[in-house]
Design a protein around this ligand. Sequence first.
Ligand SMILES: [Zn+2]
Ligand SMILES: [Zn+2]
Length: 340
Amino acid sequence: MNTLVEYTRVPRPTAGVGQVVIRVERAAICGTDILMYKWDPLGQQLVGDLPFIPGHECCGKVVEIGTDVEGLPEGARVCAETHIPCGHCYQCTHKLQHLCQNLVLFGHQIDGCFAEYAMIPASAVYQLSTDLSPEIACLLEPFGVSLRAVEEVAPRGDTLAVTGCGPIGLFAIGIARYMGAAKIIASDINPFRLNLAMTMGADVVVDAGETDLQEAILSQTSGDGVGCIIEASGVPSVINNMFSYLRKGGFIVQVGNPKGPVQITDVMPDLMHKELTLKTVHGRRMFETWEKSEALLSQGKVDITPVITHCFPMKQFDEAFTAVLSGQAGKVQLIPSLGD
Ligand SMILES: [Zn+2]
Ligand SMILES: [Zn+2]
């Protein structure tokens, strides 16, 4: 039982200029929500003023439209883009709104979606164009991060290691399988997650708590190393070691937020002489990534239902967070019910 977080009644938000209010159909718990729930120092850094309503992964229906909002009719089904752009900085005026210099984060610095109703600035609203179920639609936001990670390393016909099998890593495995990766090696230290990785299409899973990951990957790739790495664990020791089992000329995308400083031990052989490409990803392109994600999921190209392991009424949020913290869960979802 967490005493910092409570389920309580607050006034319904209203839609100001350039804003809409949605009735939340379904929401999902993200790793950053866990940091805030535990009031971890990293989580505290993400939060604006207290008290506030957490939650940023959601879908819902527009119920109120503020002035100066175009193209979002009442009843439209939408998702929230967590990154709220300012609209006038360099990035915002060069098609890189998701990297806005003045980014405000939905469910972090402003109230989020673990509620019956949520206000979203219209600039951060993605309108669904299909009848994607709420169960899937509320996961477009994290799915988009995985899609971008896979796009950055482009593993078609190549070997891919996915380190860290939380939801982002698991979605990435499903996408990479669909996109034609030749061999997917997934690693984690949690057997429950490694099972999900197999279900999502990994060819080989490595329990990095039991087996040396570098040895395992080199033996799976004739000693060459993998052509692509999607690093989704954020664990500093995993990041520090990943350069050792990347094939020369390979591609890495760092998608897990590093939980500490990153240090490469053997700089010449593992970094300089590898001529590697290292990319980072921060969120989804607005809104191309959303459109591609919706298409992949609505057309059944990638099935993420195995990753969705729990769903609770929102007032049972403590059970929902406990399920995530148990390590025996994939994505955990919340459904608000009016009037309780
Ligand atoms: Zn998230
Ligand atoms: Zn901006």
